[in-house]
Write a protein that binds this ligand. Structure first.
Ligand SMILES: C[S@@+](CC[C@H](N)C(=O)[O-])C[C@H]1O[C@@H](n2cnc3c(N)ncnc32)[C@H](O)[C@@H]1O
Length: 273
């Protein structure tokens, strides 16, 4: 019997988005979901995959969904102030942020990821007029040619920067700042310690992906990307969404906060330009 579900055979960084997608799907079935993303649940149901391989469980899902909820909130704030914004959702995977946020009709939203991921997006998520899917590496300057350069622009990179080399990552941020007249850069980052201990991350290890870029503090960005101004820098245990984590995670956060070396392991960055 053949299944009409999509087959996926992803390696490296593209594979890791299956784990974040599955976390969101599991969350949707929790009695008190953090994200309540029905799209994730539907998309997971349409992919033929042994989801246990992602190593994500319902108990582990809040480590993903609280981060996603955090970036949803920052994006909402930007869109509320800029109804005709351009959004660059980089390394989007199969995340349904466009559908969760339902941006107004003045917003052009670009979901950008490697070709194999973009193809799945086109196949599995609904089409919308102003939701553009771009297939390519975020580090390739070529796709910028199709991005409007005269409107406030929000760049979101959730679960992305660590997969880039520092040179490529800085190049990307500078290109956004140079190409767009004004806007915000919102992304999460691992510290150098987070990069060095990547072996402990089962999702990354399984995928065969390599993490490269450690960002330790906002100064790393402010110095490397002229024209940026810090708006917020939040360690994961300082996020408004931290309180939604189960007790075990909150205990871990308390311990990590006390040790300077581990306090900055996972951070959320927000800059204006
Ligand atoms: C951990 S997943 C996060 C996916 C999504 N942002 C989320 O939170 O569910 C990392 C994503 O970044 C994408 N990615 C990593 N490096 C990339 C690059 N150079 N160009 C395009 N996409 C990239 C991967 O393909 C993958 O979809």
């Amino acid at each position: 019997m053949t299944s009409d579900k999509a087959r996926v055979d992803l390696r490296g960084a593209p594979q890791t988005m299956l784990a974040t997608l599955y976390a969101k799907a599991l969350d949707a079935d929790l009695p008190a979901p953090i994200l309540g993303d029905v799209y994730a649940k539907e998309v997971v149901g349409r992919i033929d995959y042994d989801w246990a391989k992602t190593t994500i469980t319902a108990a582990r899902s809040p480590s993903v969904t609280t981060r996603t909820a955090h970036f949803d909130e920052w994006a909402r704030q930007f869109l509320a102030a800029h109804p005709s914004a351009v959004v660059l959702h980089l390394g989007c995977g199969l995340d349904a942020r466009f559908f969760r946020l339902e941006p107004g009709p003045g917003v052009d939203w670009y979901d950008i990821d490697y070709p194999e991921v973009a193809a799945l997006r086109r196949q599995l998520l609904p089409e919308r007029d102003r939701n553009h899917v771009v297939a390519g590496s975020v580090t390739d300057p070529a796709w910028f040619a199709e991005i409007p350069s005269d409107r406030p622009t929000l760049m979101i990179g959730e679960g992305l920067t660590m997969y880039l080399t520092e040179r490529d990552g800085v190049g990307l941020l500078r290109r956004v700042v140079d190409h767009c007249p004004s806007g915000e850069l919102q992304f999460d980052a691992f510290s150098s310690l987070g990069i060095r201990t990547q072996w402990s991350n089962s999702v990354v290890r399984r995928s065969g992906a390599k993490l490269h870029w450690g960002i330790n503090r906002p100064d790393d960005i402010l110095t490397a990307v002229p024209g940026t101004r810090l708006l917020q820098w939040v360690r994961w245990f300082e996020s408004d969404t931290y309180g939604k984590l189960p007790r075990a995670y909150r205990m871990l956060g308390k311990v990590m906060a006390l040790v300077p070396a581990t306090a900055n392991m996972s951070q959320y960055h927000r800059y204006a330009f």
